[in-house]
Design a protein around this ligand. Structure first.
Ligand code: SAM
Length: 333
């Protein structure tokens, strides 16, 4: 691909990793209350928090595109709660240097909002869905939105033009009996079903209650349900990838906690409150709001992003802070 003159080809950190991926949490608010992520009364905190507006997010993305970031993912909280999400997608899509713009969502509002997202140019959607059972959905999320999310899943399954992944957080004794049913979703659709390990971030520390299910155990369970499963090469963090013979889609396991992917990390993150985070496992972050609000020259934003890249630790899991993140809803996963 020809690079426009003002684009740098790469943003490389001290350990030789190319940083080309930014995850932006555009709100801390969420319309579900997944027990491993949020408390019932977390809404107040999210409501009080200041968040970046579309112009501020747009100016960050403009700078990122010139610095070497190629992939943007909007997340949250629940990103579909923001009315201006299509505008954000369109801005990112039109930004020189940005090659893909994707979304991670719980899908509650997706059916209604998908047309405007498609029009804005969204490239892919990760749908978070931990169960295919309505009563269980209610007990995991504390909300009765299963029919809406299921409808969103059915619509996405029929959208070959979009890259679709289903994120299933597996909890022992909660939804681990649904591994085969989720794997079956790949039979007729080109989607990827990703089984994920719980990260030790929720401030209720549910992972200490014996619910944690490691990647190895997930792999064994998949193999016993589908003994002739074919290993395939997965992407980035997808440590194990498989295809069931004859199925159109694929299955991956994301061992977020039991395996370390720091050597392959290509990410920066921005929280809903506008804090730039260089490592998921570090408490340290850089507040971008003063830069975004003031009339600082663009150079200040560039230097700040370069500083965050410089601060990326070699191995966040080994050198990270305890309880660096209290809930994924702040940082978007
Ligand atoms: N609301 C959107 C959604 O549900 O996809 C985006 C934000 S949500 C925090 C992003 C992802 O983080 C979801 O797939 C959710 O399951 C996951 N998540 C939340 N807490 C987690 C934890 N402690 N460990 C692993 N994944 C977690």
């Amino acid at each position: 691909m020809l690079m426009p003159e003002n684009l740098q080809p790469n943003l490389i950190d001290r350990y030789g990793r190319t940083i080309d991926y930014m995850r932006i949490a555009i709100t801390a608010a969420c319309n579900l209350r997944c027990t491993y992520c949020l408390r019932e009364d977390d809404a107040g905190v999210a409501r009080k928090q200041e968040q970046m507006d579309a112009a501020q997010i747009g100016s960050i993305i403009g700078v990122l595109g010139r610095m070497g970031i190629r992939k943007i993912r909007f997340t949250g909280g629940e990103p579909l709660l923001r009315k201006d999400l299509p505008e954000l997608v369109a801005i990112a899509r039109a930004t020189p240097g940005i090659e893909s713009v994707k979304l991670t969502t719980n899908g509650v509002l997706l059916e209604k909002r998908l047309p405007e997202l498609l029009e804005a140019g969204i490239d892919g959607i990760n749908l978070s869905l931990d169960t295919l059972d309505q009563a269980r959905f209610r007990s995991i999320t504390r909300r009765d939105e299963y029919p809406q999310v299921r409808k969103a899943l059915e619509i996405l399954k029929e959208m070959p033009s979009l890259r679709i992944k289903i994120n299933v957080l597996l909890l022992r004794g909660v939804n681990d009996d649904e591994i085969p049913a989720f794997a079956e979703l790949t039979r007729n659709s080109e989607i990827t079903v990703r089984f994920m390990e719980l990260q030790p971030f929720d401030d209720r520390q549910i992972w200490r209650t014996g619910r944690f299910m490691g990647a190895e155990m997930i792999r064994e369970r998949l193999h016993s349900a589908f003994p002739d499963i074919d290993p395939i090469t997965g992407r980035d963090t997808e440590h194990y990838s498989f295809r069931i013979p004859g199925c159109k889609g694929s299955i991956a396991i994301i061992p977020a906690y039991s395996r370390n992917f720091c050597s392959r990390c290509s990410r920066l993150r921005i929280t809903a409150a506008g804090n730039l985070v260089s490592c998921l496992y570090r408490r340290e972050s850089i507040d971008l709001m003063p830069i975004l609000k003031g009339d600082s020259p663009e150079e200040t934003l560039i230097l700040t992003i370069e500083d965050a890249v410089r601060r990326k630790p070699q191995d966040g899991l080994k050198s990270g802070d305890d309880n660096a993140v209290t809930s994924m809803s702040q940082i978007g996963g």
